[in-house]
Design a protein around this ligand. Structure first.
Ligand code: 1HE
Length: 268
């Protein structure tokens, strides 16, 4: 059932729909370095639960100001003086938001700058593509703050850089930046200029793919990673059965057959 998204319903996120179906979603508390309070997480849950049914073709996820995201709102956490059960439920809402991002089927490209730390890195690692600029740096300061990750870093950051590097990162407060961060897998792109410009270019390119194809890419690959090889092969076959016979793909296949479609060539 189609649904609509009204940017005026959001206060923590600034939503900016573009004409081509790409939505720019900006964490909008620069005065707090876009720290993730409960209200922000709830808006992420709402947006990413709705986007797949609202015709959103791709998302650029950004942070207002000099920093992408400072992670958990430590002041809110301090003032709330939460019980273990309370904080478990906080974490479950984070997981709800981040799982909707990763498994929702809509491509999410993160435009990173400045601090991408703690829960900010958990958020960024839930995007499908990360673009960093020369100011971007990654860290897990939880170890030094007397905390632990609760928003999926043990799953997604370990997946990106490996268990040993993640343990070293959080144990030592190690910071990664520059080309090294790309080489390790924390981001797929690094730019000299604005990460937003590059992220928007990439989101627009992804938005040109058929929506059902993007759905498979941005949900099936993640689901399949959670399965045994036997079940993964089965699930891949079923998804390919649906995607590779979609009527909307016929024109693209016909263009290949009549030689009007672009061929795959090496980069210049
Ligand atoms: C915050 C937060 C925050 C800034 N929660 N309010 N995350 C961290 O340990 C990162 C903590 N933050 C920092 O290290 C720095 O603030 C930054 C490197 C991100 C930015 O530095 P800077 O010099 O630009 O800003 P600032 O002066 O430190 O902070 C500006 C304001 O933002 C200030 O508020 P103000 O009202 O005094 O002006 C800060 O208090 C506020 N601010 N970061 C709340 N994180 C589900 S488990 C997840 C576990 C975690 O994420 S642990 C958190 C890790």
């Amino acid at each position: 059932m189609p649904v609509t998204i009204d940017p005026r319903d959001y206060t923590r996120l600034a939503l900016d729909p573009q004409e081509d179906g790409v939505w720019i979603v900006t964490l909008n508390r620069p005065e707090k370095r876009n720290a993730l309070d409960l209200a922000t997480v709830e808006e992420l849950v709402t947006f990413f639960s709705t986007a797949p049914r609202a015709g959103v073709k791709a998302v650029v996820l950004a942070g207002a100001g000099q920093h992408f995201c400072a992670g958990l709102d430590l002041i809110e956490h301090h003032d709330a003086d939460r019980s273990p059960a309370d904080f478990m439920h906080v974490c479950l809402r984070w997981h709800e938001a981040f799982n909707k991002m990763e498994y929702g089927g809509v491509p999410v490209v993160a435009a990173l700058q400045g601090a991408v730390v703690g829960g900010g890195l958990e958020l960024a690692s839930s995007a499908h593509v990360r673009v960093m600029d020369q100011t971007t740096y990654f860290a897990l300061p939880e170890g030094q703050r007397g905390l632990f990750t609760g928003g999926g870093a043990t799953i997604r950051v370990a997946d990106l850089i490996g268990k040993a590097r993640m343990i070293d990162m959080i144990l030592m407060g190690r910071v990664y930046q520059g080309q090294e961060a790309v080489d390790l897998g924390l981001a797929q792109y690094i730019v000299e200029g604005s990460s937003m410009d590059k992220a928007l270019e990439l989101a627009r390119r992804a938005a040109e793919n058929l929506p059902l194809t993007n759905f498979a890419i941005c949900s099936a690959i993640s689901h399949v990673q959670n399965m045994s090889a036997l079940d993964a092969a089965y699930a891949e076959s079923v998804v390919a059965g649906i995607v590779n016979t979609q009527p909307d793909a016929r024109a693209r296949l016909a263009a290949f057959a009549d030689k009007s479609a672009a061929r795959v060539r090496p980069n210049e």
